[in-house]
Design a protein around this ligand. Sequence first.
Ligand SMILES: [Zn+2]
Ligand SMILES: [Zn+2]
Length: 314
Amino acid sequence: MLDYHVHLFSHDDIAYDEQVTLSAIAQLCSVAKKRNLTEIAITEHLFRFKEAKHFFTKMTEEVSDTQAADFMRDYYDFHATLSLEHYIHILTEAKRRGFPVAIGIEMDFIPGQMDEVNSFLSSFPFDVVLGSVHFIKGHMFDVLDSDLQVSKWNTEGAEKVFRDYLVLLEELMLSGTANVLAHVDLVKVMGRRPSEAALHDFENELVDLVTRKLVTVGEENKENVPPVIGRTVVELSSAGWRKPIGAQYPSSFILKKLFDSGLGITLASDAHEPMSIGYRFNDLWRLAEEIGYKSLARFSDRSGYPYSINKGKI
Ligand SMILES: [Zn+2]
Ligand SMILES: [Zn+2]
């Protein structure tokens, strides 16, 4: 089994380069081994890195609500403390020494700057880039411990938040940057939902745009696409089981439709602390297997390859 979404730091902690060490990676690998994981992708947030801070500064400057902009500025000041060069150096060395890690990053979607972000990311030797939508303009909708962010759910209304989310998800896919679409229906995180009918439309539209866009990405890059796994897949994540929504990402309805369209998956814990690595992967894989999946995607040098799972063996 593989866990393709593992962070080094909790959101509550300031991260220091001195903590990004081979022994820290070894500790994560030893937890992974105990949980029968044969490889983990380390995927720290793009906004953790000083070299990428200018993208977030520019995005913040474009937010007109001053309260929201202040919140974002403080958030990125707090988080953007690491050297990406050092992170890459340690992970490259860990791989060279045979640690079962893939060099990854969670690329938080930045509207209007994806060409720059694309060329920035391609200057580093990533195995896998996760693509995530975490903010809708000034609304960091998955920050659950902020009254300001939670109150925006009330002023905007769930139907609008869900609709706006889809627009950004489409832009993220069109950018072609992500190898893995992370927690693709994350907008449900809070448990706030639109009406049943609107939710149904949301799920169908999401499936439609993911399958349409991903198939297009695959076709454009046909020569580079290895068998079975395209350049981009979707993750099946257990992180939602630890959030107010209490459900995996994506919903079974979405997952089934993605499977029917031939899209590959990764499994993801989205661990922000070692104890969450491989979180409830038995349940997660059972769900995937029931739908028909027999393999996962693994990535090397940003190309996807199938990783077969023996039936019943987690
Ligand atoms: Zn995320
Ligand atoms: Zn994450």
